[in-house]
Design a protein around this ligand. Sequence first.
Ligand code: ADP
Length: 249
Amino acid sequence: KLRSEPAMEAREISKRFGGFIAVDRVSLRLPPRGIHALIGPNGAGKTTFFNVMTGLFPPDGGAILYAGGNVAGFPPERLAGLGLARSFQITNIFKTISVRENLRLAVQARDRRRFHLLERADSLAEVNGDTDELVKFLGLEGLAAVRAGSLSYGGQRLLEIGLALAVRPRVLMLDEPLVGLAPAERERIVGLIKRLSEHMSVLVIEHDIDRVFAFAEDITVMHNGAVLAAGKPAEVRAHPQVQSVYLGT
Ligand code: ADP
């Protein structure tokens, strides 16, 4: 049978803040490749679920199966070392240095230990090679030498995703990557996400339900901390409760 194992699986993840249940037994499976969107109205629990999945805080219940074991409660650095990358809305970009230098620092940080031990010429060549590859993949060749802070908003978003890619992730989590972008910039980021999804599993938080239908292959809808619906875009779109939740907000 050719059905592949999921790259990552959340099983009945719960998270409370005091007596308030922000995430209530949420399960989802991410295939090794493709785009899975997590949607839902404000306050649904999407960000909290993301934060648990990326190790920002441990769940109060449930398991996260990844890289051959249960990684629930692993800190973000450890998960990053296992190939889980996350791009934040809050920017990690150093605005006063060039686009290329930003990417180079991220590539270098991927394997700090090796770099510390041996400052070999081939390591340097590898860092430079990987950096060039990233610049090209992002389509930023013409802007590699400019100050990162002088990029357009969409260009900075692109670079931000590029920094997350420096760890060579197997799973990439993006928190509202399209928010605040002009239509042309949105197309560019969607194009990048689609290309990335041929190589890795991408989980995207998106507030705008209509937008995700254009690019997500699987959708999970959260509402009041729990999964309201999950499936292919057409199934989710036809779901009566999804319609009422979205029309009601
Ligand atoms: P979404 O990302 O879908 O908008 P959030 O995960 O940000 O939803 O929030 C889900 C619920 O959890 C909200 O009601 C929010 O007020 C609450 N919440 C989030 N973070 C905290 C926190 N650190 N302490 C208390 N309540 C929180």
